[in-house]
Design a protein around this ligand. Structure first.
Ligand code: BDP
Length: 335
């Protein structure tokens, strides 16, 4: 059934701009219907930003371009599924984490290396600066079939588990769910854990409950929103990664639109970044409050213990940073 809906949507998406022909140039009133896939629920900061993007595009195109948001992973529960649909032109937009995108655009691993940023301001200085904007543009020029429209905030990711992780030693042998990204799996393994992939974020809770995994890693809002805190009530604040979200478009579908419409879409996407960050900051705080009130144990690592986690990451810098040494040094020293 889901496949059928996706096919119908794809036909609508591809067919409408084609039939619109010179529509966009001549300013015809032909409606262009496009679909956006989102794994998060209604009300989540990225979902709110998706709707804001759709609203802006609709307004600026005088109602000509209509973007329908499908939240909660109803179209694609796994972000790799939505990324592949974008590549073949079956889907127009997806708001995804940069982590799975790096499987298609490896350079993106550089801006999500573990313990790279001091804090959110540091990350945003990089993303909004030359390095981040070049990486975003490179998504398209790399020939991935994807167009990077904008970055959103996703805070810092931390481990959460069924039993407390108070030291590096405690990570040993834990089955931890990671996003579909080889570097993230290696990160968990360098810490002594066993990395598990192939579980969509909406399925982490049941995987923990069933004992398939002993925990996962994510930011406060996802931990709260997906209900994972009820299954894995120990949250170890190691802030190992800051992985930005990315709003992606399908290059194949963008190419069916006029130059003006592509520009309009790009501008509207960029404009939603600040809005998402505001929503993010509110939700990050309220999610932390909610889960701690519900009895989650928040574990702070001593500086000495945290240094042990960080030291283990050196091989990732060598492997995934190869060819990008200057960029990494610049992120660390110039921002
Ligand atoms: C969340 C991201 C979402 C990812 C999810 C995950 O917002 O895009 O799918 O993590 O871990 O923080 O899969």
């Amino acid at each position: 059934m889901r496949k059928l809906i996706v096919m119908l949507l794809a036909i609508m998406m591809v067919a409408v701009p084609v039939f619109a022909g010179g529509a966009s140039e001549g300013g015809s009133s032909e409606t262009i219907n496009l679909v956006l896939s989102e794994v998060h629920a209604e009300g989540y900061p990225t979902t709110l930003a998706d709707y804001e993007f759709a609203r802006l595009v609709n307004e600026r195109s005088n109602g000509r371009i209509n973007i329908q948001v499908y939240s909660g992973g109803t179209l694609y529960g796994e972000e790799t599924g939505s990324i592949e649909a974008l590549q073949i032109g079956d889907l127009a937009f997806a708001r995804v984490s940069a982590s799975p995108v790096a499987s298609y655009v490896p350079a993106l691993n550089v801006i999500q290396l573990p313990y790279l940023y001091r804090d959110a301001d540091h990350m945003w200085a990089v993303l909004n600066g030359e390095i981040g904007q070049q990486m975003l543009a490179d998504i398209q020029t790399s020939g991935s079939g994807l167009v990077g429209l904008a970055y959103y905030d996703a805070g810092a990711r931390n481990f959460y588990t069924v039993k407390p992780v108070r030291s590096l030693e405690d990570m040993k042998g834990l089955k931890i769910r990671l996003q579909n990204n080889a570097m993230m799996v290696e990160m968990a393994e360098l810490l002594g854990a066993n990395g598990v992939t192939g579980i969509g974020p909406n399925d982490v809770y049941s995987a923990i409950q069933q004992g398939t995994i002993d925990g996962a890693e994510n930011n406060w809002p996802t931990y709260e929103s997906m209900g994972d805190y009820e299954a894995a009530p120990y949250f170890t604040l190691d802030a190992h990664t800051r992985v930005p979200e990315i709003l992606l478009a399908s290059e194949a579908i963008m190419n069916t639109l006029s130059e003006e419409d592509q520009q309009l879409i790009k501008e509207c996407a960029k404009e939603t970044q600040e809005y998402e960050i505001e929503q993010w900051n509110l939700r990050e705080k309220s999610a932390e409050e909610k889960v701690t009130a519900a009895g989650v144990e928040v574990i702070e690592l001593s500086a000495e213990e945290l240094a042990k986690f960080q030291e283990r990451m050196a091989p990732l810098y060598t492997k995934y940073g190869a060819g990008y040494e200057d960029i990494i040094a610049s992120i660390q020293n110039d921002y």
